[in-house]
Design a protein around this ligand. Structure first.
Ligand SMILES: Cc1ncc(C[n+]2csc(CCOP(=O)(O)OP(=O)(O)O)c2C)c(N)n1
Length: 369
């Protein structure tokens, strides 16, 4: 049978959609403003505070890696390179917004109010590291890839039903967008117009799997189209661009406009985690160098120095403060009584099943000696 003449061109439709997702940028790699219209409305004090937090977080990362190597921390996923994606996105949030982080997103919950020593205890797998103080609106970092996306849709829907002017914000990596939970989360939130912000930190690798083999999609932001919500691709090494798009997404969400999917293009300088992967097996130093030229701290520092509101003295002060506070926090973590097996059991269950009750008694007896 002769084939019918095509009535439509599906490939063209795809091309048209994909070409719409251009990367949003405010500052270029040198820290020069390339898009004045998008410049966020931040005071000099706020700009300084954002820089302060990013510098502090870089030091926290360096110290955490070193503490891990000394055997003084447990699970740790390095964050250097992702400060603009993490800290500038958080900077656009309010205290009552709810954060559902992934394992690499500990800095955001620290800046949301989680005491540093608790973050260290979380790293050690201590239950106290999962007990957040009242008023810290966040869950413990999620280890199951993508699971936090479904939870976020639920939290956001709860906010909507209670008429709250807040948002639920979550983070995953590029690999996370291949999970079923990712699609379920964004679809559900879209269907219910829930006030959620779904952030994908595209740091180019899911452990050793490059972004290019993760999906046929040209951008991860375009996945928003499939569920009918806005999607934005932003330079994840540019703090002002990240702040601007998250701020806009938040405004839309609290005003009834529903969720947004944001892809932040970034890079992690370190290994996936401190558990032993070797990035030199899957990345070249040329790629590392190319990304390090885009560094969010260098770019923002140049911008602020040019503006006359940042200098070496201010930066050194932050570095010293960070080191001092980290020292205090690790001391406090060390002084926290060691976790007992009975703690583990009693923190997991309100009422113990019979078999655990038996084990609980056995361990209670052992621990009393
Ligand atoms: C459901 C599930 N599958 C597999 C894993 C193992 N795993 C841990 S991290 C990771 C890669 C995640 O990469 P990405 O989402 O890009 O985040 P990144 O670590 O780069 O921030 C995988 C597959 C897991 N934790 N959960």
């Amino acid at each position: 049978m002769a084939s019918k003449k095509a009535q439509f061109d599906a490939e063209k439709t795809l091309e048209k959609i994909e070409s719409q997702f251009e990367m949003v940028q405010v500052l270029n790699e040198k820290g020069e403003v390339v898009n004045k219209d998008l410049m966020p409305d931040l005071s000099d004090e706020q700009l300084e505070e954002l820089m302060r937090r990013m510098v502090y977080t870089r030091i926290l990362d360096q110290r955490s890696i070193s503490l891990n190597r000394q055997g003084r921390l447990g699970f740790y996923a390095p964050t250097a390179g992702q400060e603009a994606s993490q800290i500038a996105s958080h900077f656009a949030l309010e205290k009552d917004d709810y954060i559902l982080p992934g394992y690499r997103d500990v800095p955001q919950i620290i800046w949301h109010g989680l005491p540093l020593y608790k973050a260290f205890l979380f790293s050690r797998g201590h239950f106290i590291g999962n007990q957040f103080p009242d008023g810290v609106h966040a869950t413990s970092p999620q280890i199951i890839i993508g699971a936090q996306y479904v939870q976020t849709a639920g939290v956001a829907l709860g906010m909507k039903k209670r008429n709250k002017k807040t948002v639920a914000v979550t983070y995953t990596g590029d690999g996370g967008t291949s999970q079923g939970d990712f699609y379920e989360g964004i679809n559900f939130a879209g269907a219910y117009g829930a006030p959620a912000i779904f952030i994908v930190q595209n740091n180019q690798y899911a452990i050793s799997t490059p972004r290019e083999v993760q999906t046929a999609a040209k951008t991860l932001a375009q996945k928003a189209v499939s569920v009918g919500i806005p999607g934005v691709l932003v330079d994840g090494m540019d703090p002002l661009a990240v702040y601007a798009v998250v701020n806009e997404a938040r405004e839309r969400a609290v005003n009834g406009g529903g969720p947004t999917l944001i892809e932040t293009l970034c890079y992690r300088y370190g290994p996936h985690t401190m558990a032993g992967d070797d990035p030199t097996r899957y990345r070249t130093s040329d790629t590392d160098n190319e990304w390090e030229k885009k560094d969010p701290l260098v770019r923002f520092r140049n911008f602020l120095v040019e503006k006359g509101i940042w200098n070496e003295e201010k930066e050194n002060k932050v570095i010293e403060q960070a080191k001092e506070e980290i020292k205090e926090a690790i001391k406090k973590a060390d002084e926290t009584p060691k976790q007992k097996v009975t703690d583990l059991i009693s923190n997991m269950f309100e009422e113990l099943p019979n078999n655990l009750q038996e084990q609980y008694e056995i361990y209670k007896e052992k621990e009393s000696k």
